[in-house]
Design a protein around this ligand. Structure first.
Ligand SMILES: *Cc1c(COP(=O)(O)O)cnc(C)c1O
Length: 401
């Protein structure tokens, strides 16, 4: 393959983010194709036995098996790493594969994890159920209270794990404070950056060690494939993540990697436009509801912090319409916005977290997180915002709001 454009870091390092999103990691074959090639192959062949022996011994570059390397997946990994400002990245089969690998690759029985209580339902399951089964103790705290991070640290604390903004209550973590606190105690910070992506927020700039993604969301951006990614230093990826990943196999399929590569080309345009539309829609809804959870609006307790650490606040927000019956009535009256629990899509999508994404975590955990019975979460898409506002207006009216 001819490495003609995006794989030489001496060149790509100087590219601005929008250029990296379109060209970073591009690795052209001898055909010189414009669009990245899709290498739908599980294995590789070799000219002679010595070549493959050298590759397996780590003495020669080259692919050996797609659980270990694949050219299309490698292009995605390099592009995400460049956008994130990370030394290295490894793509994963899904966001949850990424979170599981980021945590389990570095934790052992006897370690302690401090995690944000506001989190995606399956992220909470890892913390509340999976880790403890293997002797890893976990403490769940209010991530928006800096003092609780300090207070939760123990001599055996190995990892801090949080999302910001968090799913679905949009809690914002003081990234710089928490990452620097972790550094001072030799703790590894793992940030789930799915709601922001590197276009809106780069946790490594604040001192995070590991950034993990559901690429299913804004990175794909059109609701097509499941994918994930884990970024970090070359040393951490090679010595900690890779032994786990290569032997347990949560790898991203080449086709899915290719779709996400295409999505990254338009990520900045989409993320900025959808963020702007989300502020417009949130401003329209706010006077009609009891509780608005939107980091892009001045009513959010950490609005200023969100504006400081994010370029824009993203397409997702939540609001409370009072009770489950009113929430369902609002959803059922929608004509344009779809009822869907996905996010990051170009379509506006709305769901009721308590009965969907956060249903299996139990009532107590939901109450503690603020996932109330009247809470609705929306992903604002790329439709004309006036059409979305009109649909929301008639749905709220139909629900008596
Ligand atoms: C969706 C989501 C995940 C899980 O990602 P999948 O790709 O669905 O496995 C993890 N964290 C957050 C914040 C998410 O929104």
């Amino acid at each position: 393959m001819k490495k003609t454009t995006g794989t030489d870091r001496s060149t790509t390092r100087t590219w601005r983010p929008a250029t990296q999103a379109v060209r970073g990691g591009t690795w052209r074959s001898e055909h010189g194709e414009t669009s990245e090639a899709l290498f739908l192959t599980s294995g590789y062949t070799y000219d002679d036995a010595a070549t493959v022996a050298a590759r397996f011994a780590g003495e020669a570059d080259g692919m050996t098996y797609s659980r270990l390397q694949n050219p299309t997946v490698a292009m995605l990994e390099e592009r995400i790493a460049l956008m994130e400002g990370a030394e290295a990245c490894r793509a994963q089969a899904s966001g949850m594969a990424a979170m599981t690998a980021a945590l389990l690759s570095q934790l052992s029985a006897g370690d302690h994890v401090v995690a944000a209580r506001a989190a995606f339902g399956s992220c909470r399951w890892l913390v509340d159920h999976l880790c403890p089964r293997f002797g890893i103790e976990t403490s769940v705290i209010d991530s928006a209270d800096n003092a609780q991070w300090d207070a939760a640290i123990r001599p055996d604390t190995k990892v801090f794990f949080f999302e910001s903004p968090a799913n679905p209550t949009l809690d914002v973590v003081d990234m710089e404070y928490v990452c620097q606190l972790a550094k001072a105690h030799g703790i590894t910070t793992v940030v789930d950056n799915a709601f922001a992506t590197p276009v809106l927020q780069r946790p490594l700039d604040f001192g995070a060690d590991v950034v993990a993604y559901s690429a299913t969301k804004l990175m794909d951006g059109q609701g097509r494939v499941l994918a994930g990614a884990v970024c970090g230093s070359e040393e951490w990826i090679n010595e900690t993540l890779l032994p786990f990943q290569r032997n347990t196999g949560p790898n991203c399929a080449p086709f899915n990697a290719w779709v996400v590569l295409k999505g990254l080309e338009t990520l900045e345009l989409r993320a900025l436009r959808q963020s702007e539309s989300a502020v417009t829609l949130g401003t329209f809804i706010e006077p009609r509801v009891n509780r608005m959870l939107h980091p892009g609006l001045p009513s959010h307790p950490r609005h200023d912090l969100a504006r400081k650490q994010m370029r824009a606040t993203g397409p997702i927000f939540a609001f409370d319409v009072g009770d489950r019956a009113t929430a369902f009535a609002t959803l059922d009256a929608l004509e344009l916005i779809d009822i869907s629990n996905n996010i990051g899509d170009a379509r506006s999508l709305m769901c009721h977290p308590a009965s969907t994404t956060h249903a299996n975590m139990g009532e107590d955990a939901r109450a503690e997180m603020g996932v109330t019975e009247g809470l609705l979460r929306i992903n604002v898409g790329l439709e004309d915002i006036e059409d979305v506002i009109e649909d929301m207006d008639q749905a709220l009216k139909a629900a008596g709001l």
